[in-house]
Design a protein around this ligand. Structure first.
Ligand code: HSE
Length: 403
């Protein structure tokens, strides 16, 4: 018998209980053992829930129960969740989580603690919701040197951008719609400012490149600066605006990681990823390009990934080799200062100033644009070189072009 305790009975935690109950017989057959939900820890009671009899409020009951083998942490955040995760691992229990904030900030420490204790710390659901990406990166692509990861890692912002592009909604109207549909939180800051995507690219980069990349090391720009004017100019040059998290393995061994809106060619598979879907493109030196696509959020898709990790932990109770990465540092991650790319620029100024700085660029058309507004694609250079050329103009939007 494998006993499971769920910490936090919110959207994901209740989804995990539901999947374990609905698919129980099928899951037991796969594990060749009986997986049973023993406790649900939450500060609230759920008298109407079919799982009401499992709800407890004291973590030490789980910590001190030798029958609990696997703890599912779906509390979120990096405070209580960190304390409970450390204590569960220290007590010799495997921990499975969807908590990207915790993994992005403390993954290295928690993986090492799990290794010391001979248990697993698994977090497939922390990136891309139900999309398999952590295990494929760690196992199926293990033969490769990973060169680059670029992903649409946040469903809420992808939904907002899709509605701006497809329906012509303003950013504010699209955000409101995302909130009404239950995609965006009432406080949408972590999504729209890019922090959520930042945490996810940190996890992918740490796993792919073997050293911890921390959120504070990753320059992050969200989508609050994207306007319908930018959407129209992008359309005029056959591109779509997408918020990408990117991690690039440089020749000097460092990882260049950042999150920012990009112009993506309509022919690029990432451009076709719409609504709340996520996609992660990985480039390996043997496999070339591979892409993972699917539902990046939601109760059951995320629970699907969590329960798969529960099954993995149950199947590999005695496995010696575990997922792990080394401590990070200033020698690991670098900002995209030296990263050259083409650029999309929307700026205010005069035509003379544009032509003086960029003699060869073609201006992009937009119906109803003010006379002093100019948009164009600038050729490949670093951001500081671009800023130097833009000195005679007032830049409104500056986004990298993927390619
Ligand atoms: N807020 C996240 C998103 C949830 O919109 O993608 C999944 O991590």
């Amino acid at each position: 018998m494998v006993n499971v305790a769920i910490l936090g009975f919110g959207v994901v935690g209740s989804g995990v209980a539901e999947v374990l109950a609905t698919n129980g017989p099928h899951i037991d057959k796969k594990v060749d053992d009986l997986i049973r939900l023993k406790y649900i820890l939450d500060v609230r009671d759920f008298p109407e829930s079919p799982f009401a009899d499992k709800v407890i409020h004291d973590f030490s009951i789980i910590e001190n129960d030798p029958e609990v083998n696997i703890v599912v942490e779906t509390i979120g955040g990096a405070k209580v969740a960190l304390d409970f995760t450390r204590r569960a691992l220290a007590a010799g229990k495997s921990v499975v989580t969807s908590n990207k904030e915790l993994v992005a900030e403390h993954g290295c420490e928690l993986l090492q603690l799990a290794q010391e204790k001979g248990v697993s710390y698994l977090f497939e659901a922390s990136v891309g919701g139900g999309i398999p990406i952590i295990r494929p990166l760690n196992q199926c692509l293990a033969a490769n040197e990973i060169e680059e990861i670029s992903g649409i890692l946040n469903g809420t912002t992808n939904y907002i951008l899709t509605r701006m592009i497809r329906a012509g909604l303003s950013f504010d109207a699209a955000l409101k719609e995302a909130q009404q549909n239950g995609y965006a939180e009432q406080d949408p800051t972590a999504d729209i400012e890019g922090h959520d995507a930042c945490r996810k690219i940190c996890i992918l980069a740490s796993l792919a490149f073997g050293r911890h990349v921390y959120p504070r090391q990753v320059p992050t720009e969200g989508i609050t600066g994207v306007t319908l004017a930018d959407v129209a100019y992008a359309d005029a040059c056959g591109k779509k605006i997408k918020l990408l998290g990117r991690a690039i393995h440089r020749d000097d061994g460092k990882v260049c990681a950042y999150v920012a809106p990009h112009l993506v060619d309509v022919e690029d598979p990432l451009a076709g990823v719409e609504d709340v879907f996520n996609a992660i493109a990985v480039k390996g030196n043997a496999i070339g390009d591979v892409m993972f696509y699917g539902r990046g959020a939601g109760k059951l898709p995320t629970a699907s990934a969590v329960v798969a990790d529960v099954i993995d932990a149950a199947r590999h109770k005695d496995a010696k080799k575990r997922m792990v990465w080394a401590e990070g540092g200033d020698d690991v991650a670098v900002p995209p200062t030296d990263l050259e790319s083409d650029w999309y620029v929307r700026a205010e100024g005069t035509l003379e100033a544009v032509k003086a700085a960029f003699p060869d660029v073609s201006l992009l058309p937009r119906a109803g644009a003010p006379e002093n507004e100019f948009a164009f694609l600038a050729p490949s250079m670093t951001r500081s070189a671009l800023d130097g050329k833009l000195a005679g103009l007032k830049p409104c939007s500056v986004f990298r072009v993927l390619g």
